[in-house]
Design a protein around this ligand. Structure first.
Ligand code: DGL
Length: 265
């Protein structure tokens, strides 16, 4: 089981921010990434739909013999994690809990803001986890839907991204949160812009590194850490060439192959 791969999935490209952190922290692991490019975005879809997509992907990864599945998508973690844990035979970890725990441990003034997709915000999953760790915390949730297409276009450094950030972050500045969770896979790419708008006194919590540490601990507690050479296989449910081209904006390097895998085919 130690050398079995780890499965990671996201609605599309964004989960590559998590993949990057995992490769840095666990260089010996074999990783299989699935981006559901046929169904992206998840952030504006219903719980039932996101849960069905997530189950289909998790079953595909299960068939690949993975030892663990990581739900790299915040929206899928918020809406489908509970069902996946019940219906999938291997352990499943999501991104919400580690991010919420880190933010709860970071805030000094007890005011946390969560930036996410509409579906993540509506689910209240971050708020629930934060209050579980640190009751009495004031949690402000802000949907930032334009951030995802800006990142996918490779426009993170363009003035339009800063304009969008200035608008979305107005309530955060007004609210006085000292800790802000980047609660969507794409937002870590906008970290420099968000940090500039919010100022140095606000801490940004990026769940990618926190999750990677949690995965490391999880594997070592079960003595399931792989040795040897790590590897990476990437699947997309549609337009793999487009995925490959856009992945460069997130990974900073070119992927060699992205395989097409249609769900339920
Ligand atoms: N991966 C999604 C998330 O982290 C963002 C993109 C989408 O809406 O599908 O919430």
């Amino acid at each position: 089981m130690n050398n079995a791969p780890i499965g990671i999935f996201d609605s599309g490209l964004g989960g590559l921010t998590i993949l990057k952190a995992l490769r840095r922290t666990l260089p010996h692991e074999k990783l299989i990434y699935f981006g559901d490019t046929a169904n992206v975005p998840y952030g504006s879809k219903s719980k039932q739909t996101v849960t069905q997509f997530s189950l289909d992907i998790a079953r595909f990864l299960e068939q690949k013999g993975v030892k663990l599945i990581i739900v790299a998508c915040n929206t899928a973690s918020a809406l489908a994690l509970h069902t996946l844990k019940k219906q999938i035979s291997v352990p499943v970890l999501g991104v919400i809990e580690p991010g919420a725990a880190k933010a709860a441990a970071t805030t000094r003034n007890g005011r946390i803001a969560v930036l996410g997709t509409e579906a993540t915000v509506k689910s209240g999953a971050y708020r629930q986890q934060i209050l579980h760790k640190r009751p009495q915390t004031h949690v402000l949730q802000v949907p930032c839907p334009l951030f995802v297409p800006l990142v996918e276009e490779g426009w993170a450094k363009k003035p339009l991204s800063e304009l969008a950030a200035r608008e979305y972050l107005k309530p955060v500045l007004k609210n006085g949160a000292d800790t802000v969770i980047l609660g969507c896979t794409h937002y870590p790419v906008l970290k420099p812009v968000i940090a500039r708008v919010l100022g140095k006194q606000v801490r940004l919590v990026d769940s990618a590194d926190t999750l990677a540490q949690e995965v490391k601990q999880f594997l070592s507690s079960r003595q399931q850490q792989a040795g040897g050479k790590g590897s990476l296989a990437i699947y997309a449910s549609d337009a793999p060439e487009r995925f490959k081209r856009l992945a460069k904006h997130i990974l900073g390097t070119q992927l060699s192959t992205v395989r097409l895998k249609k769900l339920n085919a």
